[in-house]
Write a new protein. Structure first.
Length: 54
């Protein structure tokens, strides 16, 4: 018997949970970078960049 999955992050619902609403294609969801992570990376990059050039 297979155990039920709590949340399949690559399903349609999983895409919505990650903030990815522009696609529900499984192959695209497996390679998509969630917007919140992109925002975090950008903030970290800009913070480090300011510290290096200061």
């Amino acid at each position: 018997m297979n155990a039920p999955r709590v949340l399949d992050l690559f399903s349609c619902a999983g895409g919505a949970a990650m903030g990815i609403t522009w696609t529900d294609v499984h192959e695209e969801l497996t390679e998509a970078i969630p917007p919140a992570y992109t925002r975090w990376l950008g903030t970290a990059f800009l913070t480090v960049g300011q510290e290096v050039f200061a």
